[in-house]
Design a binder for this molecule. Structure first.
Ligand SMILES: [Zn+2]
Length: 248
């Protein structure tokens, strides 16, 4: 696929990046990415991916907009309360980049065959959900279909990002979920500072672009923790769990 003159102008600041070039911008234009969860993380990820020139996005979320979403979920306004998140997001993203083809599913994912098929149609899945069981489910879908997964989480004043590309000896999300146990709640119970989802969602979008275009270093199995209270980022190496209930 060759880029139009307008696209070359529009994405000029990315194209001039050393070693990125037109070729990688074209890879973004042909990429098909599914974002699960259109909350604080999903709104940021979708905004940056649509803006950066990703060709196709699939948005998944069963929820409607509520007033307490607005501080973090920057695609929505008060007037959108009660409307399906995926519908409002699609409208807003189309204003931002009408060349981005957007498909919406206003449903929760589950273990049915159709979700394995939908997952397999994509080049990458981005987990922007905020429940442990959803993360485990997305991990199962991606592990089974070998579709790369960028997982992000943001709660209180802490967040993390990790990428899974299913290379040999690489961990899966389940390998590290024992770190969280059943003690992990959602932002509903624990609260979250609004810009935190912006930081983590931006990191997820950056990792998505890097992995889709093989740009920069490989980060599989590396876990980046952000502690907003202490102004610190900590990279950790995560090993595969030989007793993992999914990938062992
Ligand atoms: Zn595992």
């Amino acid at each position: 696929m060759s880029l139009s003159d307008k696209a070359l102008l529009r994405y000029d600041r990315q194209i001039v990046l050393k070693d990125f070039d037109i070729e990688k911008q074209q890879q973004l234009a042909t990429a098909n990415v599914m974002i699960v969860g259109m909350g604080g993380l999903g709104c940021i990820v979708a905004t940056y991916l649509a803006s950066s020139g990703i060709g196709r996005l699939t948005l998944v979320d069963p929820d409607t907009v509520s007033l307490s979403n607005i501080p973090r979920q920057i695609l929505f306004t008060e007037d959108d309360c009660g409307k399906a998140k995926v519908d409002v997001a699609k409208q807003q993203l189309a204003l931002r980049n009408k060349d981005c083809h957007i498909v919406t599913y206003p449903y929760a994912i589950d273990d049915s065959e159709i979700w394995f098929e939908r997952c397999a149609e994509h080049d990458m899945i981005i987990d922007c959900t905020d429940q442990l069981y959803s993360r485990q489910q997305i991990n199962r879908l991606c592990f089974t279909t070998s579709v790369p997964l960028i997982s992000g989480a943001a709660i209180r004043m802490e967040g993390c990002v990790i990428s899974f590309t299913w290379k040999k000896d690489e961990p899966c999300y389940e390998c590290l979920s024992h770190r969280f146990g059943n003690s992990v709640g959602s932002c509903v119970e624990n609260g979250v500072m609004s810009p935190l989802t912006g930081v983590i969602g931006s990191l997820q979008a950056m990792e998505a672009i890097r992995h889709l275009t093989h740009y920069g270093c490989q980060t599989e199995g590396r876990y980046l923790l952000y502690d907003a209270m202490n102004f610190s980022f900590t990279p950790l190496k995560v090993k595969r769990n030989p007793h993992c209930s999914l990938c062992a």
